[in-house]
Write a protein that binds this ligand. Structure first.
Ligand code: SF4
Length: 80
């Protein structure tokens, strides 16, 4: 059976700097190069190199991003 290739950009653990995270990469906890326990040190965290981890497009930890609801639904849910 041919398994579909997974793309990091569709994965919920992939975050891009500067809007989603301080550094671009894979933020799956086990793949991160450096993690911090204390919230005030979160800026120092280093994500994993997603290109290396998912080189063959077969990352086992891939999880699809959940689609964002409409702006009205998000506003009513108190996101703003
Ligand atoms: S390496 Fe895996 S877990 Fe990390 S962003 Fe890519 S698909 Fe997601």
């Amino acid at each position: 059976m041919v398994k579909k290739r997974v793309e990091c950009r569709d994965c919920r653990y992939f975050k891009r700097a500067p809007y989603e995270a301080p550094r671009t990469g894979c933020w799956f906890p086990e793949f991160m190069q450096q993690t911090q326990k204390d919230a005030f040190l979160k800026e120092q965290e280093i994500p994993g190199d997603n290109e290396q981890i998912n080189l063959r497009g077969d990352c086992a930890k891939f999880e699809a991003r959940t689609p964002r609801g409409s702006i009205w639904k998000r506003m009513l849910a108190g996101e703003f």
